[in-house]
Ligand binder design. Structure first.
Ligand code: NAP
Length: 303
């Protein structure tokens, strides 16, 4: 069976930053990723809040990290991890197509898109329901769409979609926004964007494809129909941590419990959006990656 010093599960910003730091600390590092490397940032059109970088596309940012991690000698395994358990003073990682043993484990699995939890959402995904404006926006050129949510992602999505769709409704369940005021102001000034506040999606309309939504007023309970060609869901994320149940402690929402030291247990470290913390940003994911990697490297050298 293949053995390594440090296994990193998840190749997003946190995982790849961890790989860079662990390789520079002289460790053997294997990184496992079920999808493409890069994580959530790959589909972000523009990153403009990473210190010293100015404006850069999410894809270029992710590829920069990937190139740096692999050029330093990080081994990548493209496979979904099925199970992780303690074994022989380390960890046995079972993935699609093989097994790996590691002395230390860094969990950097990030988070996945939260769903609206309405009937037919899954059936209509790809047929008018989307979770990625950058990926799917072009299919709705000249059409009418809604973005659901009031965070940074919703406002970035609305901005992207407003540049190609004829009309964009921004549907949010209350009047205040989590998004940065600067992003809100920019979208508010776009002539083809209309805010629909105190509203939630009660149901989707459409058989084979989305034709609209029924909105429910969160104050009065009143319902109304909105005709649409597409619905972009941007209502936050939930952590991808199910497979670590029993190995580490998770909070009620599923985040792995660890403080700024990124230590989640003996030999287990957690970095990025799947860790309990207040601020989930690229820069905090990268910071976690370095902290977790240095702690894991020290742990491996302790014997
Ligand atoms: P978020 O900040 O958690 O916002 C989620 C939004 O969805 C909130 O407005 C929330 O409403 C709403 N919501 C949650 N559940 C809902 C439901 N069931 N139905 C309707 N609405 C619901 O998520 P995000 O925008 O994806 O951002 C995630 C993190 O990444 C944040 O820390 C964000 O700042 C960061 N981010 C940063 C950038 C950037 O800096 N360029 C870009 C994107 C994301 P309430 O407010 O009422 O709870």
């Amino acid at each position: 069976m293949q053995k390594t010093d440090i296994a990193i599960i998840g190749a997003g910003t946190a995982g790849m930053s961890a790989a860079i730091y662990a390789k520079r600390a002289g460790k053997d590092v294997v990184m496992l990723e079920g999808y493409m490397p890069g994580g959530q940032i790959v589909v972000t059109p523009e990153v403009d809040n990473y210190p010293a970088l100015g404006k850069v596309s999410g894809y270029d940012f992710a590829m920069g990290l990937y190139n740096q991690a692999t050029e330093l000698g990080t081994e990548m395994i493209s496979a979904e991890v099925k199970k992780v358990s303690r074994s022989d003073g380390g960890f046995l990682i079972e993935y699609d197509g093989g097994e790996l043993w590691a002395k230390a484990l860094i969990i950097a699995t990030g988070a996945k898109n939260r769903k609206l939890e309405v009937k037919d959402e899954e059936k209509l995904t790809g047929y008018g329901v989307s979770y990625c404006a950058t990926c799917d926006g072009a299919f709705f050129r000249g059409k009418t769409v809604a973005v659901v949510g009031g965070g940074n992602t919703a406002f970035e999505d609305a901005e992207v979609l407003a540049s190609m769709c004829s009309k964009v409704y921004l549907v949010h369940r209350r009047e205040g926004f989590r998004a940065e005021p600067e992003k809100v102001a920019k979208v508010k000034n776009m002539p083809n964007v209309e805010f629909v506040l105190n509203a939630k999606v009660a149901s989707l309309i459409g058989g084979d494809k989305v034709e609209g939504v029924i909105l429910e007023d969160t104050v009065t309970g009143e319902k109304k129909e909105l005709k649409l060609d597409g619905v972009f869901v941007a209502v936050g994320q939930t952590p991808s941590t199910e497979i670590f149940e029993g190995l580490v402690r998770r909070d009620k929402a599923g985040y792995i419990v660890a403080d700024e030291s990124c230590i989640a247990g003996d030999g287990v470290f957690v970095a990025g959006d799947c860790r309990t913390k207040k601020v989930r940003q690229l820069v905090t994911a990268a910071a976690d990656g370095s902290v977790a990697a240095l702690a894991a490297s020290e742990y491996c050298s302790a014997d």
